[in-house]
Design a protein around this ligand. Sequence first.
Ligand code: R5P
Length: 284
Amino acid sequence: MIIPGSASQALGAALAAETGRDLAAVSYDRFPDGEGMASVDIDDVSGDRAVVVASTQSDADYVELLQLQDAVREAGVDHVTTVLPYMGYGRQERAFEPGQPVSARAMARAVSTGTDRVVLVNPHEESVTEFFDVPCSVVDAAPTLADPLPSDLTDPLFLSPDAGAIALAESVRDAYGGGDVDYFEKVRHSGTDVDITPSDADVAGRAVVVVDDIVATGSTMSESIGVLTDRDAADVFVACVHPLFARSARTKLERAGVTDIYATDTIERDITAVSVAPVVADAL
Ligand code: R5P
């Protein structure tokens, strides 16, 4: 039985189809005072195992997830697996300044109370798996990002906008079947202000695929795209696992000259091009 969070309904359906499990009827209501009420249809809950699949890009998504976990237990399910396609607060895996919380740890502990195991898709830092009090495994969806790419890229270069995403760029390149890999250096000054120091890669006339785990404000990607178009890249594609696309991110990428954008359904957006359901199904 697949229990979808409200932000992961398409992925929940895809996962049900992929695994042959039932998709539960779920309600997401809200009381007049603002409190949420996520519940499962009791007639739909059968068997002793359930998979709750819920991305948590907002605070409300976390509350909803805790309620769904509790609701399936209340309905008599013994074993709960929680899939976090996108784990919100995953980037605060340490206190960057005195007085700050380790938010990823706080969320992981809360999620652990309602589940027997957790599956994460490309967390920003794999170390967050250690914050859970139950077994936690990681799924790599980066290779799926090669699927929607045009098959005839010109002399392709797979580029990560910072050193932390090189492995993702290599994964996409390997799945694509050929091309070079390079990376830029990034310094972040604030939530929206980043400086990119480009490598000396020759990109003129080439297709460049910029690969990252998350596009949030779009600052990292738009700066990178700007450098590449200034250097006469023939095409600049963006491939990311988690398309947060907060605020004006989409416009920033378009204005910077992106050719096309590819992302997975860990966060369901109109640019979602590929589903992580097959790789998540393999991990269940
Ligand atoms: C950070 O290191 C991540 O890998 C992404 O590069 C970052 O989250 C992107 O954020 P933004 O779109 O706000 O630049």
